[in-house]
Design a protein around this ligand. Sequence first.
Ligand code: PMV
Length: 368
Amino acid sequence: MIAGEDVPSDHCQAMPDNPPSRVMSLKKPLHRQTHGLIAQPSAMASGFAPGKCILFGEHAVVYGHPAVAVAIDSGVRVSVERSNEWTLEGIPFEPSRHPHISHILNAVFEYEGPPLKMEVESNLFSAAGLGSSAALSNAIGAALQAHINPGQSLDPISLARMGHSAEAMAQKGRASPTDTATSALGGCIVVSGQPVDGTKHVFDAELETPEGIREWSINSVDLPDSLREAYLVIGFTGEMSSTGKMVADVAKRLERHPELREEMNSIGRITSAGLTAMSAGNLEAVGMAMDACHGKLRLLGVSSPSLESLVEAARPHSLGAKLTGSGGGGCMIALARDPQRVAEAIEVVGGRPLISRLGAPGVRLLED
Ligand code: PMV
């Protein structure tokens, strides 16, 4: 099983029979490098890209509000080296089963070089809202670039764009740039329909979706040192989650109960308050905003009994706790000064914990 590509439904699908000729339209052209440019391919090149957690704004971001995500310590490592045959994890590589990898190889790099032996290692839970497919795309993009052009430094924005185009291709032209941008840039990223006060604008992304053109502003936030006193504890419920299904369920619920729009607006306000608290380094206020955000997500119907059980177990030992990502399974997160204590509490009720710094570094090359 390959990280990020064992994901159900819309998160990752087999290559469509008739892929749209142009799923991605970017304001800046993709960073293309062909085999024709190769002077001396490296023996082996390895890249690592982190996963992500959404701290605030999931679901509301679909309705134009900002979302705040942080890169986490866990992620995906990919290594590539020349070989006599195409292999992935020691077995023959079947491009149609690995749409993200195939897209980066063929559509982005237009790779026509000798066969590659590719190895993938991941310490992320898959289909759990941690951005494993985005991390896979960014890590393979980094490893390929280093293999083709050894010595050239990585451009995280180009990698974020490559990763987004791979996600869009694998998700029928519908993919937000949140996961790929956070994994590529690292730190704390705010994705919104328009620039957000108090953040640094990094780049804009645009995608031609079946519903029309969508545009996003990708911004970063410098996290003050005081936030480093706390850690994120991620708790995996063990249940996979489909983002497309959860987003569609919320849309149906909003149609039946238009009053729920007010909960969406509340998530937007909580996200702004959470962002202000983060910029000020006020951990207590960040935790309170996480609790409040979880309450609103519950009202939208995207929590689940297992998420509730993990959130409830973590709360007494945390500054705040909430579900993260699309919900309906997947993961919750807690902000804690004593992460081990929270990890134990999560394990006691059957969750699988993962501890991370808040805002880990983005995509990078690894020395072997
Ligand atoms: O579960 P994830 O990481 O795919 O997060 C989905 C976030 C949503 O807001 C629910 C959907 C989206 O496209 O932003």
